[in-house]
Design a protein around this ligand. Structure first.
Ligand code: SF4
Length: 392
């Protein structure tokens, strides 16, 4: 057991493996230790990613109309959430949406479609879109998120030029049946493994705030570590009205930081993305979260609105970070994304963080997590599937 978060950071920088006891101590630490925790996690973040923030951009290719029953999802079977519903975007529509995000500074475009998994025709459709995107933006990474993959589909996507595949584990194996009955945790593990085996960069993460226990959350984080996910998006539950988790507000901003720190300590050199729901759950602590996470989504989410892109770019700049340019690309013109927000790459030399030891004395007793107050959740009414300009 470590006696300060700084000592734990030292251990992880030397290649240590986070134990369950360490993880419990992180999640159970109190608000008085929060800055020490963030400072220690920031050492790992800077060691591996310098001062860069990776910006990702979502394009919802097909919205709603899903036959699956994931409790957290506004697109689920029987959802009464008043979201946009539309079938596949045309390739030029997808390209226009993606271009908006790329202009805003995104180095990865995530092409997402609702549903249990793609047909072979769907895979061909996405392959056509990817070919067009890669021709226009050769340095931009493309991630596909199309659900459970069948035999051969990961290879097809790889051959089409897709760089990464997202399929979140979302929660622990033991908790999975509580959040979905139409597919299993094992289906998700199989798809992430198939993507990885096909040479796609595996992206798999979490949704927190669904009522999971600390032990279940630790199980899920350790499962992602074992799976070798290259990027871990942490979503904070957005409890849409009209879904089974409507009214579920279980997170506080401070606890969201503890969760991000847990993932950072468990997987120090993995891209950690503060994803959906960050605005309403981290609230005014978002800039602090940038010292732990090194990645975010710009713009809107699949069915809800994110904060204005300019506000994100200002936040990144104000906190002393820069937006990562696509690998192999010249840095994006600063005026394309707002002054001083773009850097070429994470620099190992720049990575040397001298976070002070903060004098943290061991881990304090666990603090109770008081539920956050509900906030308004804005359904997306612009961008993909509408005639209105996207948030980018
Ligand atoms: S998470 Fe995916 S599979 Fe589950 S209901 Fe939503 S769109 Fe369907």
């Amino acid at each position: 057991m470590f006696n300060s978060f700084d000592v734990l950071a030292e251990r992880q920088l030397s290649g240590g493996t986070l134990t369950r006891e360490d993880a419990r101590a992180i999640l159970g630490s109190d608000d008085g230790a929060l800055m020490d925790l963030v400072a220690a996690a920031a050492r790992l973040r800077r060691a591996h990613f310098g001062n860069t923030v990776k910006a990702n951009y979502l394009v919802n290719l097909k919205s709603g109309l899903c036959p699956e029953d994931c409790t957290y999802c506004s697109q689920r079977l029987g959802s009464a959430a008043e979201i946009l519903k539309y079938t596949w975007l045309k390739p030029h529509e997808a390209a226009e949406q993606a271009a908006s995000g790329i202009r805003a500074g995104a180095s990865r475009v995530c092409l997402v479609a609702s549903g249990k998994g793609p047909t072979n025709r769907d895979v061909d459709r996405v392959a056509t879109m990817v070919a067009g995107l890669k021709e226009e933006h050769p340095h931009v990474e493309v991630c596909a998120c199309l659900g459970i993959l069948k035999e051969g589909q990961a290879d097809k996507l790889k051959a089409a030029g897709v760089d990464a595949y997202n399929h979140n584990l979302n929660t622990s194996e033991s908790n999975y049946a509580d959040i979905c009955t139409t597919h299993e945790y094992a289906d998700r593990v199989r798809t992430v493994t198939a993507a990885k085996d096909a040479g796609l960069s595996p992206c798999s993460g979490l949704i927190v705030g669904m009522g999971e226990t600390d032990e279940e959350l630790i199980d899920a984080v350790f499962a992602l570590r074992d799976l070798g996910s290259d990027s871990i998006p942490v979503n904070f539950l957005m409890p849409f009205d009209g879904t089974p988790l409507e009214g579920t507000w279980l997170l506080t901003p401070a606890h969201c930081l503890r969760i991000l720190a847990l993932v950072r300590f468990a997987c120090p050199d993995t891209e950690l993305r503060m994803a959906g729901g960050r605005e309403m759950h981290l609230r005014s602590l978002q800039p602090l979260a940038l010292h732990v996470a090194n990645s975010l989504f710009l713009g809107d989410y699949l069915t809800s609105e994110g904060q204005a892109t300019k506000a994100d770019l200002d936040m990144i700049s104000d906190a002393g970070f820069t937006v990562l340019a696509p690998a192999g690309a010249a840095p994006v013109a600063a005026d394309a994304v707002g002054a001083d927000t773009v850097a070429a790459h994470a620099c190992a030399a720049d990575a040397c963080c001298s976070a002070d030891d903060g004098g943290s004395s061991a881990v304090e007793p666990a603090s109770a997590v008081e539920p956050a107050s509900p906030v308004e959740l804005a359904i997306r009414r612009r961008g993909a599937g509408t005639a209105l300009a996207p948030n980018a």
